[in-house]
Design a protein around this ligand. Structure first.
Ligand SMILES: Nc1ncnc2c1ncn2[C@@H]1O[C@H](COP(=O)(O)OP(=O)(O)OP(=O)(O)O)[C@@H](O)[C@H]1O
Ligand SMILES: Nc1ncnc2c1ncn2[C@@H]1O[C@H](COP(=O)(O)OP(=O)(O)OP(=O)(O)O)[C@@H](O)[C@H]1O
Ligand SMILES: [Mg+2]
Ligand SMILES: [Mg+2]
Lengths: 460, 460
């Protein structure tokens, strides 16, 4: 008598689109734009290409909003276009490496929102590098089955050797309200991507951020999991895929980041496991014990940051100066740290005076994996840390012209939700943010003391 | 060269378990308990059964935590047990009716967390009403394929005519830290379910809340969607399932809440559609226009609250008095309202003096669909509303012994995330909360004025 139902992933997010940030007609427009822009930047900078990203928003009759984002990235192979744009939980970023994308959901949410407000497909135009053809597809999502539906496939000769992707959506939303947020999002993105040329056009305004640097930060590499982040399911799968005869020590030293034969031996002795045992003989209870001991062992090498790509202090200061135009700016890139086996790096910058507007609290600009976060400041770990600081200790008296910029990059930023707006207060991350912020605050204090002394000298 | 991957829903939540509230070993224990308790209460009160819920937490050797929740509810049919406990996005609450459950994900997250920390299956014991048998299953989740795996199925004779469900998990987590939160969660649940008998046992403590009322609130009924909440995908599916020959007016009056033949006619005239047209002849662009006009039309009847089950002022005051022991308490149940076609009712209570501890800000107890919300107060709409109020206007001077209780019930509570901890600030909900809170505050002011006058009389 009880009626049970199975929902496909697309059906689930169709019904619960607000948990992915599509909570109202204003926020949905903002989210659609950002999902496309984040994909465009990933598709360029992660492949050694200096990004050229064009964003166009048009207002049509009857409240329709046309959103178009084009990039000069790696493009999407024709065979993959349907799933990439039309199947929830499909993507190429499910590996251990810092990227803006992480869920395999973003562009599908934008396609879904357009489809449920206008019924219109997303229009894709794409070519991979050196492809002799450019492909144009219209894609709809069969929501109940989480499958792509292709319309109007066209193949054109790629005479100019173009490569990249152009994504065009037609949706209904509140562009009037969303515009300011979208402009701010683009402005802040440009602040930390000086190697990208970003142009934005809409009926009311137009912004152009020309590339001010041709130096692309080195792309991060894919890494292996760190032993501190294991769980029983992960071990069970890894062991299942091992060949017969593999020893426990060999298993550990081949599957995990920073574990060599010697470390594997030492761990086994500490944990009370025989390093030469056949790893496939471990039973479930042994895997549980192994996981717990791997999490607890203090002798692992720290996660290596080869999977990360921090902005660096120079880039951060330059971005802060160009956008906020302060009288004083400083930045700190903390050494690599980790939580639950995930490496992360925290970067903090402070801007003071000049054109920074005075306020009762410091103005906070938050970034994570190079994405500007504009919503949910109230539950973000960066806000929590900024509130902890007693600024009078650093000679700053409120109201003050003070801005704080935070950037967290990780193979897994602890986002609180799939809408990627706030970062959870993981203790290790909180601690790193505080250390970075206090270091910047000390430098500000030295600067303000110096100013004070200069003022006194003048008076004599 | 680019490697793409498809994740199953269980694989997605295995990798991103923090977005479902399983963000650390303390929070995970709390979340596992609450997912089981919310299912137990739904399985009883929504079927006219006075709930008896037993919660037991045990600490085993090596940091294992055993969580066991048993109810006297409707049970789960043997054929459904595997999917119900072992398949993400499977459930019976995907209908338009107020319930604690909404995502078809909760118990699977708890099963998943146990499985990834200990490798152990969830142990289920269940019998439906009048079932001659009791079924015992051990269920694991094949995470990569989102399929249940059954171990140890046992069938026993149901000699005592028992009905209900017992769910037992073995996981690793921080019970020491989680205990206080779990106790508070149970205490607040008991505050608003006086018709339930809830017992809680753990190594350190034991709580018993005996039923103080045998009057079960009427269960809500399943409703039809309201025209204000339509979208193009919804219309497209409804039209597809219509039989040939159905007119637009007939379509509207049969598929939507509160739309009769006359209202359907009036709407069609206003919207410029022919009420007698064959609804299956609408093309995608017509559906888009129809959806937009249905959202915009001001002549619909308000959503009927048959799908809702508010607590009521009497129950709310009694619960507040028994738990907070104030000197003064009052409650308001606002009239039904709606947002995006979803009916909702806001209820607010204030408790003052007595054993309410004085504080700089009112202590806020938030509830949604009868679930206590303990985390993420910083982004919850109820907190936003409480902060807006200037309490001095109501003769309350901080610090003050003031507590505020809010309850939002809806066919779709606008939760910010699948972990169900904070409610988004939807304007209609925010407005109702403010109206309810100010009404309670005015009553408090009258009470405080009366006290003032009594004090003055005494001085004479
Ligand atoms: N502009 C683009 N150029 C090249 N590839 C793209 C582009 N946009 C999307 N893709 C591909 O499509 C995949 C799916 O994109 P989608 O936005 O849904 O998920 P994601 O970016 O991987 O993660 P997230 O959900 O966090 O955004 C990406 O992983 C990428 O491989
Ligand atoms: N104790 C129980 N007694 C009877 N049925 C249950 C019980 N627990 C779970 N179920 C059934 O299993 C389904 C799935 O439960 P699950 O917690 O995963 O999802 P849900 O409660 O529907 O939604 P949510 O994810 O919001 O909790 C429920 O819809 C219900 O039909
Ligand atoms: Mg993306
Ligand atoms: Mg549930």
């Amino acid at each position: 008598r009880e009626r049970y139902e199975q929902l496909s992933p697309s059906e689930f997010f169709y019904r619960n689109r607000e948990v992915a940030g599509f909570s109202n007609p204003t926020r949905a427009v903002y989210q659609a734009v950002r999902e496309l822009v984040e994909n465009a930047l990933d598709a360029t900078e992660m492949y050694g290409l200096l990004p050229d990203v064009k964003i166009e928003v048009g207002e049509e009759a009857d409240g329709r909003v046309r959103i178009c984002v084009e990039d000069n990235g790696v493009g999407v192979s024709a065979l993959e276009v349907p799933n990439v744009f039309g199947r929830v939980f499909y993507g190429s970023k499910y590996v251990l490496r810092q990227a803006r994308g992480v869920f395999g959901l973003g562009v599908k949410m934008a396609v879904l929102y357009a489809q449920l407000t206008t019924g219109q497909p997303v229009r894709i135009r794409t070519a991979t590098r050196k492809s002799p053809f450019i492909y144009e597809f219209d894609v709809l999502i069969d929501v109940e089955r989480n499958l792509p539906v292709i319309r109007n496939l066209r193949v054109l000769r790629n005479v100019d050797g173009w490569h990249g992707t152009r994504v065009e959506l037609l949706l209904r939303g509140n562009w009037q309200q969303a515009r300011r947020r979208v402009e701010e999002y683009i402005r802040r993105t440009a602040m930390i991507t000086p190697y990208a040329t970003i142009t934005f056009r809409c009926p009311q305004s137009s912004l152009t951020f020309e590339r001010s640097s041709s130096k692309l930060p080195p792309a991060p590499a894919v890494g292996k999991p760190h032993p501190k982040g294991v769980d029983v399911e992960m071990l069970r799968r890894m062991v299942e895929r091992c060949r017969r005869g593999a020893t426990l020590a060999k298993f550990l030293s081949t599957h995990f980041d920073g574990v060599g034969p010697i470390t594997a031996q030492k761990f086994c002795e500490w944990a009370g496991f025989d390093p030469n045992m056949e790893v496939k003989e471990l039973r479930v209870e042994d895997l549980e014990e192994l996981a717990a001991k791997m999490q607890a062992y203090g002798g692992w090498r720290r996660p290596r940051p080869i999977t990360l790509s921090p902005l660096g202090e120079e880039l951060l200061i330059r971005g802060v100066k160009s956008v906020l135009k302060p009288e004083f700016a400083t930045a700190v890139t903390r050494p690599p740290s980790s939580y639950a086996g995930h490496p992360f790096i925290v970067e903090v910058a402070i801007a003071y005076g000049g054109e920074v507007p005075p306020a009762e609290e410091p103005i906070l600009y938050r970034f994570a994996n190079r994405i500007p976060l504009l919503y949910d400041e109230g539950v973000d770990v960066a806000k929590k840390v900024v509130r902890k600081i007693d600024w009078s200790v650093y000679k700053v008296k409120m109201p003050a012209p003070l801005a704080v910029v935070t950037h967290i990059c990780s193979t897994k930023v602890p986002f609180k939700g799939v809408g990627k707006e706030a970062v959870a207060d993981v203790p290790e991350v909180e601690r790193e943010l505080e250390m970075g912020l206090r270091e910047c605050a000390r430098r500000l204090r030295r600067h303000l003391s110096r100013l004070e002394r200069m003022m006194e000298v003048k008076r004599w």
